[in-house]
Every structure is written in structure tokens, then in C-alpha cells.
Design a binder for this molecule. Sequence first.
Ligand code: GLU
Length: 300
Amino acid sequence: MIGRFAPTPSGPLHFGSLVAALASFCQARASGRQWLLRIEDVDTPRVVEGAATLILRDLEAFGFEWDGPVLHQSDRFEFYRAQLERLWSQGDCFACACSRRSLREQGVASGILGQIYPGNCRARGLSAAGHSIRLNTRDAGSIGFEDGIYGRFDLDLEREVGDFVLQRRDGIYAYHLAVVVDDEEQGVDEIVRGADLLENTCLHIYLQQRLGFATPRYLHLPLVNNADGVKLSKQTGALALDSQRAPALLVAALRHLGQQPPGGLAQATVAEVIGWSLANWRLDRIPAAKPIAAEALEAG
Ligand code: GLU
């Protein structure tokens, strides 16, 4: 039984990622799981030099201990290619010559995850070279799951998302492919992450089905919004965390997660706060993640 935390190294740890780290850590440990750490640097142009090192240093300063070696997606391209080739040979994906701009010029509709690709190149039989590769969602229908916090969530993939990209024209593998392949190959059976990925989970489940992978249990955490109600992220100016204030920040993260730390815990040591968190972890106290407005998603 395995859980994980999978930060993208586009900046240092911020409060939103601390919440995800703490919840995934406590939930893994409380349920007898290993807790793995994976650096999601698949989108190499977006990686900020040195950010992964900063994240690891912060996680240590905040008292987290992970199991086994840290996995880096940038070391795993051959595995993503192997699974993409399987999808290709099964006829599940196709090469596409459309750009975001050409789709915009055609007036393609936008959904919660951006442009809803209308299947233009599905039947063109283009070769993979020099094109993006998209998953064909023609037979996907409605994909749903029972989230451990949010409850039931369903999405009609073809109608609401469209054929999504698995490999960009520049060769970069999509996060959707990488995350599904990694979670399968690392044996992850429970995923705890922010509710900004609720919709994406339906894409991941469809990919798991096409690849014959098991679907893990999912728990999506309430997002941390900034003062404007926009999801806190590196792009929306989330501040780096001051590890000098680690106990107080951990206590704030516990409160965000509906846990009820005693007054005075913020003055304890990091080890004491982590110890309290593990001993008193209550999944049922986490407030249900709310459905997220599309504007907030796009801003995040
Ligand atoms: N890498 C993603 C992020 O930092 C999280 C992905 C996941 O947990 O599946 O937002």
C-alpha cells in the first residue's frame, strides 16, 4: 500500500503544497502506507533551476520523512514512450496537426480544462513525427469516481474535455501520461492531492482503463485560495515558506484540513507537531472540496 506527494519544481514549497504534503503524509502513515516523493519535472522548460532541491530541503525542515529514493520524471521518458507506443498500437491515440491558435480561429469551444478538441485529425492518419499525439476520447463516455473527500464526480470526456494531448509537438510528454504511468509503476494505490486536479482525475482514469492499469483511490483536498479567491499557486504569487516558522505553518495547514490542533501546538517543535498530526489524523474532518469555478482553474 503506497501513497505519495508529487510536487512540480516550478518554485519553492508554498502553503498550498504544504497542505498537500501534510495531508498525503498523514493519510499514508495513518493507513499503514509508504509515502513516496516524486518530482514532477516532466515539463522540462517549466522547471525552475534549483527548485527541486529547495522543495526537498523544505520538506525535511518541516519534519517529513519519505520512503525510498526520490523519483524524477525527467529520468523516466523511456517509460512514458513505451506506454504511449502501446496506446498508439492499440489505436487509442492519433497524431494531430492543430495548434491552439488554429483551434481558436475555428472558434472551438472552451471547457473547464481549456479548448475542447473536436476530433479534427482523428481520421487523418498523420504520422507521429512533428505532430502532437492526442488520446481519442470517442468511446470514453462518462468517466466518474467516488472521491474520498469530495464524493461522486463525473465528467463526459468527449463532450467536456475532448481528445487531450499525451505528447506535445516539441516531444514533451503530458503530465496526464506521466502521472498515470508513474503511479502505476510505483504501486501507488491512494492519491491525496489538491482539488484543482478533480477534473483531471477523470482523464487519468480513462488513461488507466486504456492501459489496463488499476485505478487508485482518490482524495482531493480543499484548495487554499489567496485573498482574491484564486487558488494559491506559484503562478498566483504564493510566497515561499519560512522554515523558521515551520511549527506555526504546519498548525495552520492542520486547521485548513479541518483538524483540531490544541492551542499552543504552534509553539512546539516541528517533531512534536508532526507527531501530533500523525497521532490525531482524522480524514473525516477534512471539509469537502468545493467544485471549482473555471476562471479560478484558468488563473491557477
Ligand atoms: N505535480 C502536481 C502539482 O504540483 C501534483 C500532481 C499530483 O499530485 O498528481 O500540482
